[in-house]
Design a protein around this ligand. Sequence first.
Ligand code: DGT
Ligand code: MG
Length: 605
Amino acid sequence: MNYTNIGNFPKTKLQWLWENMKGSRGIYIAGMLGTIVYNVLQLTVPYYSGKIVDLFLSGADARENLRTNSNLFYHLLICMVGFTVLRGVIVYVDCMVYEHVSQTVLYRVRNFLYDKIQRQDMTFYSTYRTGDLMTRVTGDLDAVRHMVAWVIRMVIESFSLFGAVAIYFFYMNWKMALCLLIISPLVFFIIYLFKNKVAPMHAKLREKLAQMNTYAQENISGNRVVKAFAREDYEIKKFDQANRDYADTNKATGMVWLKFFPYVEGIADLLPVVMLAVGGVFLIRGEMSMGDYVAFSGLIWAIANPMRQMGNIMNEFQRFSAASQKVMEIYYSQAKIKDAEDAVAHPERFDGKIEFRDVSFQYEDGDLPVLHDISFTVQPNETIAIMGETGCGKTSLINLIPRFYEPTKGEVLIDDIPIETLKLADLRKQIGLATQDVLLYSDTIEGNIAYGDSSIDQKEVEKFAKYSAASDFISKMPEGYDTVVGERGVGLSGGQKQRISLARALAVKPSILVLDDTTSAVDMETEKQIQESLKHLDFPCTKVIIAQRISTTKEADKILVLQDGHITEAGSHEELLAKKGYYYELVRLQTGIDDAVVENSANEE
Ligand code: DGT
Ligand code: MG
């Protein structure tokens, strides 16, 4: 994939996360400190209970102490309870802090990603599949959120608990502490081995999820085709396979830990044994008090649990790592087609002169150029028609006008200004485009027509619908302009959709109108009507029209014939007829009449 800088981000994953915590960093640090505090407070219970045991329960002077110094007894008891309550409060607030910060980060990054995706160019959209992008803004981002809300907290929790207990152990009895802690580096080594095994699994898992989502998304949006070909069973099987793949990979990922788990668990289980054996000896030899023994025993879990937790933490960390990789790919991706640094603003209308100078073009992922040395000029308010057989490069050519793609050679100028020097938004606002495959939004017809300029009123919407010969069928609909059309315009015929898309293009009162086969699904009569109104628009407009029908093209000021990406013929209807080339043959084919009549008809024009 040449689109992004995979693995070559300006920041590491954690730095990137930190950057996105801007605004919540202070509270997050407070949260982390809170985690340390409540973990250290865990020590208070065994500390006080150790003291109580030594002074009032098991020592030689226990009875005496209880009688003469009961105040201390109550004092210790109250401290123990007090710290426990305090700890509960801190844990509660802390949970809220983590949740708050993680949601803030999620919100921020998701908006940022959406913004990024919106501003990408065409190459981006042909590189990434929708299901994959959806996975990035949902599942992958959730793994990032989980990192902030849970994984980091667990790391701090484990290390602070382990650290505090280790220090406390050394403070009580360094020999005993050493015996217990000497085995812990082994756990880190096992976790390191585990990490190496589980990291690629998470990358794979994430791909499987994206694959499954892509199948689902493509299938749901393309469900008409599925039904038309009665391929439901096939699609169900295909999804089942993807689902199974995902589930299997999930299981396999879980299994990786199971391989390492017995070792870590074994080490953790060894601790009470060491405690019993070594601690027992120390106790018998009088090298350790009963109180200390109780405190040690009461805290064994606090070093065993972080060891057990490490596998889980590493697992989640790897999930974050795989997911954030995908998120950061979009986060740091740069649209290649964007405003130049010194881009010129052009808020006013264009006169509408279009010039192609020696333009060649090849798709980044394509093997061969699709346009070769294209040169032509259209004067303001002229109409240019582009013809040519399917796949010859017509759509590719008009896509260069709004700078959806950039020529590999040559340049495109509007009003003699090279378009790459203009601000993209200013350029595109002046172009009304009706694309070849019409996409309408699930909105009312009025909303769809006014999409490019929501400030226009109902009257104007109706006017543009009239221009595009859509007003008749719209007014026949039960709710007229308020009729809601389904996703992608479900509920409308192909020709109806084309007419709404034409009205939408006209509604921005563009200085350049580009129509890509926009009347192909419209009957001849309606098409004539559209032709007529396009001639009498109430704003000046240069028109670039791709069409197959002679009836559409013959009135154009200029006709370009494209063959295999070359302009092979250019001129007016009459000039091209006189050439007796491709255009002439086309006229003969479409009118179904002989040479003489064709020439006569040309003379009549
Ligand atoms: P049409 O609409 O069927 O009448 O055909 P045209 O003339 O509009 O053809 P066009 O410009 O869509 O395609 C020209 C060539 O470029 C054709 O061989 C297919 C190829 N092509 C079109 N779109 C893409 C694209 O996004 N990526 C790549 N790699 N090739 C494309
Ligand atoms: Mg096309």
